[in-house]
Design a protein around this ligand. Structure first.
Ligand code: NAD
Ligand code: APR
Ligand code: ZN
Length: 257
């Protein structure tokens, strides 16, 4: 059997499936990834310039403008076949835990529920000073030009600047989300790692934990990744193509419960 057949069979028999996603799962929805050679966000911006609390203190309008640009990209985007296939998977396997590094809401808009967001969300801004959640974001913002400075809104309680609700470099990830993700990785029998370069920790530990705990781990990525274990596979291709194909092979003709 080739890798695709092996993985489809493992998916069909999975008891507890973890799906772990990165920016690549939203690439086919038109949202730039971070490190892709051509379209990667970091090619055009220095992370230290934008995705840190220090950068926000230094120039809140530059950082807020960048995230508003990203938020409009997300609002204009639609879930792609990869997001839809992942939502469909939950209807076929006894238990599915979805963990994402992404700050968009495309998994939720595709129908997935209980999504574990390790790096926060573009849709949960809060006050930089008193942490109060901010509810005043326009849901149809005018698309700012990439890199345009926009003064952040002010907190109605303390007047502090409103920041994006994402985890920045140097910040701690939400501990409950991280522990829930680690526990699922150690308990699952199959983990699909979809669209992540696997270079940012602690999120990147998740596939490794699953492999060490005896699960089968499958990377879905157009870039072939170096794999170590016998129970590790790399399906080279776009998530929007590979995931629907996997679903069809594993559950073709299966009743939709
Ligand atoms: P870093 O190396 O400066 O950061 C923090 C260190 O703390 C890292 O070694 C990280 O592994 C560790 N850490 C963070 N949370 C932890 C936790 N709950 N438990 C144990 N260790 C923890 O910066 P980094 O690791 O490159 O980035 C920190 C976080 O910021 C990462 O999750 C990164 O993905 C995130 N980030 C998010 C965005 C975004 O726009 N969503 C952009 C950049 C970075
Ligand atoms: N299908 C599957 N994978 C894809 C696709 C696609 N259509 N297009 C690109 N990819 C892959 C790329 O090959 C790359 O390996 O998606 C991955 C995107 O990697 P990154 O841009 O590094 O995104 P990610 O792994 O999510 O970054 C992790 O770093 O900057 C921080 O917090 C940020 O959450 C982000 C974290
Ligand atoms: Zn405040």
């Amino acid at each position: 059997m080739n890798d695709l057949q092996i993985v489809a069979e493992a998916l069909r028999c999975a008891r507890h499936l973890v799906v772990f996603t990165g920016a690549g799962v939203s690439a086919e929805s038109g949202i730039p990834t971070f490190r892709d050679a051509l379209s990667g966000l970091w090619q055009r911006f220095d992370p230290g310039e934008l995705a840190t609390a220090e950068a926000f203190r230094r120039d809140p309008a530059l950082v807020w403008g960048w995230y508003e640009w990203r938020r409009t990209k997300v609002l204009q985007a639609q879930p792609n076949p990869a997001h839809l296939a992942i939502a469909e998977l939950a209807r076929h396997v006894p238990q599915l835990t979805l963990v994402t590094q992404n700050v968009d809401d495309l998994h939720e808009r595709a129908g997935s529920t209980e999504v574990i967001h390790l790096h926060g969300s573009l849709h949960q801004p809060r006050c930089f000073d008193c942490q109060r959640p901010f509810a005043g974001l326009a849901d149809d913002p005018q698309e700012p030009a990439e890199g345009r400075r926009i003064e952040p809104p002010r907190c109605p309680r303390c007047g502090g600047p409103v920041r994006p609700g994402v985890v920045w470099f140097g910040e701690m990830l939400p501990e409950p989300a991280l522990q829930q993700a680690f526990a699922a990785a150690e308990a699952c029998d199959l983990l699909l790692s979809v669209g992540t370069s696997g270079v940012v920790y602690p999120a990147a530990q998740i596939p490794q934990l699953a492999l060490q705990a005896g699960a089968r781990v499958v990377h879905i990525n157009p870039q072939p990744l170096v794999i170590q274990g016998v129970r590790e596979h790399c399906l080279v291709g776009a998530a929007g193509m590979v995931l629907p194909e996997l679903l069809a092979r594993a559950f073709a003709g299966a009743s939709r419960d």
